[in-house]
Write a protein that binds this ligand. Sequence first.
Ligand code: NAD
Length: 315
Amino acid sequence: VDSGKVAIIGSGLIGRCWATLFLRGGYSVMLYDVISEQLGGAMSAVVEKLRVMEKEGLLREGQTAEELAKRVTSSSSLKDAVEGAVYVQECTPENVSLKQKVFGELDSLADDDVILASSTSCIMPSVFTSDLQHKAQCIVAHPINPPHYIPLVEVVPSPWTSQTVVSSTMDIMRSLGQSPIRAKKEVNGFILNRLQYALIMEAWRLVEDGIASPEDVDQAVVEGLGMRYSFMGVFETMHINADGMEDYCKRYGANITEVCKSQTPPRALGGDTLATINDAMIKKIPLEKLKEKREWREQRLAALVSHTAEMKSQE
Ligand code: NAD
């Protein structure tokens, strides 16, 4: 079955990932890029990604990379890309004025039904959709890299996004096999990065205040928090770490509030602390080894995906 046409606007790192997810989800995909020479390479990269997913057993039953690859096309015309699309995923570089320009162009080409979604990691949708005729159809669907291993998608509406667009976007993300969460209203940093930045800031503070070495702070996450949080959330962990949530808050709540009073104000990420943390990281992973380490991380994520799938099948 063909679920319809999806247009991917911007065929870089994230555009290519979205293309493979939509193909696996049963959509046909048209890639568009302002640099048309880039499209050939992007098409081959998508096909290669599909092959890897096939090898790793990440395609759906009965699907082959070869068959899915027949459903991806490209165009150097934005009009062709958007024409007949049920869903548009914008994946251009993270820059406010560019997003405003691209959404302005999409607005002039959109019909009254298409969903216009942005992959932006942190720009609030109201910032680039306020003047548009189709602003009720605009939304953020923020993936986490690499999205074929990390299922979370943050769905962030602006104040004027229609509820139908919010729920259809959530449904489409689920149909791709992703796990969408929904921000009830837009906020700087959305959800995931607000959590991540709180942790980054405290890690920084612990080093800056001479409490712990960068290596030990990282170890606290890898050998401690991260172990739990890879399969159980913050609230669920609280709930089972005492006799339920209420008991947890009764026992530990006051101290948590007290500790958090000492966690302000935020620090600037620079100066001597940056030098200390940078030295520690370079010692661990020299810059020329970053690529290798990224590949290693992808392999470990693939193994974690199989583990999580097995865990869910037993639930
Ligand atoms: P990228 O630089 O790899 O790709 C951007 C692509 O957009 C390029 O191919 C470029 O030629 C094209 N482009 C530039 N101007 C354009 C225009 N006017 N019309 C059409 N295409 C245009 O960037 P990326 O890493 O894929 O990021 C894209 C978006 O996804 C950003 O908003 C980013 O914040 C978000 N995002 C990135 C990641 C990540 O880890 N890279 C994760 C989540 C979200």
